[in-house]
Design a protein around this ligand. Sequence first.
Ligand code: PLP
Length: 287
Amino acid sequence: MPRQAYVNGRYCPHNEAAVHIEDRGYQFSDGVYEVVPVAKGVMVDEDPHLDRLERSLRELRIDMPMSRAALKLVSRELMRRNALTNGIVYMQVTRGVAPRDHKFPKAATPALVLTTRQMKPPSAQKLAEGVRVITVPDIRWKRCDIKSISLLPNILAKQKAVEVDCYEAWMVDAEDRVTEGTSTNAWIVTEDNELVTRDVSNLILSGITRMRLLKLAEQAGVTFTERSFTLEEARKAREAFITSSTNFVMPVTRIDEVPVGNGHAGLVTCKLRESYEGFVGESKVSA
Ligand code: PLP
């Protein structure tokens, strides 16, 4: 069967899937999305992802396009049709189709698109080498807690990183404190061995991987602090890494050309990656 997508009530071939030209997502970025990791055919942390989707929608006053239970069924069916084992389910909800006008339409039905993507885990060599990041000013709006499909600053920053052979860009606020990556949360182990990631606020996306990793760190007896950290602290850090649904825990071994620690993936980072992989491996289908 060719790869399938789900668009507003229909499963269809991925390369034929389309939405209307007056979908408000297309015209205004008036919508939100979720990326749920899938491991061995099971959606990882599905409910926390759906909680965040519902929250993002609430903040924008868009209705859920269907019940949570129905969304779970549609996700499972799409995964089945695409024989998805490891990768992601992408979900996007927009305010729907209406004549172009900034104000909310009186009657629009939220539009739902689902796709899946098969992904390979990174090689052991890649994990040992880690990735390089650059830093850029954070020019985003003040509601980064909403997982909005409006991602221009993130795209521009990521492109800048790729053009200098880096994997990710860490965005830095006006006080020289790292907010997060373009599609990842940022972490360091400081000179004094403190595991730090920025506290959740309107200035970052509350990553589901971040949240899970904090719980796993606690269970493993790894102490941590949720606080902002400066670029200077990051450059002096012993270890650094990023987290996200597609990267899990990925070591960062260079920040703006400066090697982090000894320039290789750090011990705490590797331990946390192992914990997270263990958690993913044990994930069960939720009700
Ligand atoms: N921060 C931003 C800006 C993101 O776009 C993402 C994921 O897309 C994350 C953090 C990580 O979130 P999660 O762990 O839920 O994938």
